[in-house]
Design a protein. Structure first.
Length: 122
């Protein structure tokens, strides 16, 4: 018994279809009401859920953002550090607070690496 051989473009098309089905995001949400009078209630319900999610989904992030540390990087002075790498190194390992690195104008030619044991660095 001889089967049909799948060639070039057919393989590509099949691979794209399978990839789309496997990796397509599945969004479970409430559809927007078609009646204008129901839109405000729907919107308020969605906003309420988003506010509640802040403490439910990731309590560590909520705690970290309570007292963020802002580090300023400026070439030629004016900041706490003159390189981004030094600013990252200043965050302690196991950091539990949000660290925001504010980068001043200039050209920074560095390889940036943030270790896994230094979370919450932005």
């Amino acid at each position: 018994m001889e089967g049909k051989r799948i060639e070039g473009n057919e393989v590509y098309a099949l691979a794209m279809c399978v990839s789309t089905l496997l990796f397509a995001p599945i969004v479970v949400s409430q559809p927007i009401p078609t009646e204008k009078s129901q839109v405000e209630a729907w919107f308020n319900g969605i906003i309420k859920l988003v506010k509640e999610r802040g403490t439910i989904l990731n309590p560590e992030l909520v705690q970290a953002e309570k007292e963020p540390r802002i580090i300023k990087v400026m070439q030629g002075g004016g900041g706490e550090f003159d390189t981004i790498t030094k600013a990252i190194e200043s965050a302690p390992s196991g950091n539990a607070k949000c660290v925001i690195i504010s980068i001043g104008p200039g050209s920074y030619k560095e390889k940036i690496r943030i270790e896994r044991n230094k979370p919450f660095i932005t």
